[in-house]
Design a protein around this ligand. Structure first.
Ligand code: SAM
Length: 325
């Protein structure tokens, strides 16, 4: 078991497989983006060696993300490798564009479930937010994922003022007709898009008011207890819950159990703090498994209690696509 200095058991690893993406969501990355050369990124074997060590330290849950994980050429092999290490809770966050082709082989390789990012059900707004994405292609991917049992499937919606705050009730209504949990993620500031994000945050409170005004009351699930990072509610008669991940206005740091491995092999201790430790360089320099495990344990021990947004501490070194959401 890997513990941090506050006694939290860190057993959930998010791995960003690539910093590249086939979309450019306005709140996530600038249109002109510098991508790291492949030589600086973990190879599948390096990634799986680190996963093996994390598993030995008690990690039992992995989410693959990016950038866009489905554009990684070795995605299926990596999923299979993680499952063969003995980790069965494997999920992925994706924009869904390639899910129609990949859902079946991903399920066969051991992927358990997916979160798909959909910020609006209006094709024109979707195009504006993602800069060129096709909503129809994403919806096709969602149906493909559901059909092969990548469930429970969750829809991630980031709400940005001026782009999609009018769409929150339509997204919530998806839970009346589908078993897809819809989760609203508060916009967080990072790097070059920090100023944009800070000016465009829409709070959980406002999102709830907008949903209730159009769709009726939201009832808390389990007395509003946290489910992972989300607080869950339901609309009357719905087939799935509605979640709020309100990192800015209602953070969940006390129950945080995760760390992130970036595509260039850095262990990021808190999503919203720049503090990271390099694992890839020692691995490439020949560190033994025992030395790497000690380094991981030491890094996890120094995981900070929480983010510093209330004190004005904003992570400036990387944007979300380079960290892995
Ligand atoms: N490309 C994949 C996708 O679109 O889901 C995975 C990577 S993306 C960085 C992971 C999640 O982070 C997405 O749901 C995305 O909407 C969210 N995200 C990106 N930038 C964000 C920001 N500034 N604040 C909050 N969420 C953000």
């Amino acid at each position: 078991m890997a513990l941090d200095s506050f006694g939290r058991n860190i057993h959930y690893l998010r791995i960003s497989l690539t910093d590249k993406c086939n979309l450019r969501c306005v709140y996530c990355m600038p249109e002109e983006m510098f991508f790291r050369p492949s030589a600086e990124l973990m190879t599948p074997d390096e990634c799986l060696r680190l996963v093996q060590l994390f598993a030995e330290l008690g990690v039992d849950k992995i989410r693959l993300t990016g950038g866009e994980p489905t554009i990684h050429p070795d995605l299926i092999r990596i999923v299979r490798g993680i499952r063969d290490i003995g980790i069965h809770k494997i999920s992925m966050t994706t924009n869904g564009l390639r899910l129609a082709q990949l859902a079946k082989p991903l399920k066969a390789a051991g992927l358990e479930r997916v979160n798909v990012s959909v910020d609006t059900l209006d094709p024109d707004k979707f195009h504006r937010i993602t800069r060129w994405g096709s909503l129809a292609q994403v919806i096709e991917g969602i149906y493909a994922a559901e059909a092969v049992g990548l469930m429970p499937l969750k829809i991630n919606a980031v709400i940005a003022r001026g782009f999609n705050e009018d769409d929150v009730a339509d997204l919530a209504a998806l839970t009346l007709t589908h078993r897809w949990q819809v989760r609203y993620i508060e916009l967080m500031p990072f790097g070059e898009v920090a100023a944009f994000a800070q000016n465009a945050v829409v709070s959980q409170e406002e999102i709830m008011q907008r949903i209730e005004a159009e769709r009726g009351p939201l009832e808390p699930v389990d007395n509003g207890r946290l489910d992972g990072e989300a607080r869950l509610y339901r609309l009357k008669g719905s087939l799935a819950a509605i979640g709020f991940i309100s990192t800015v206005t209602n953070p969940f740091c006390a129950t945080c159990s995760r760390v992130r491995l970036t595509a260039d092999g850095k262990l990021r201790l808190c999503l919203l703090r720049d503090d990271e430790g390099d694992l890839l360089t020692p691995l490439r320099n020949g560190a033994s498994d025992a030395q790497l495990k000690k380094r991981i344990e030491d890094l996890i021990w120094r995981k900070p209690w929480g983010h510093g947004l209330p004190e004005g501490v904003i992570p400036l070194e990387r944007v979300m696509s380079q960290i892995g959401g």
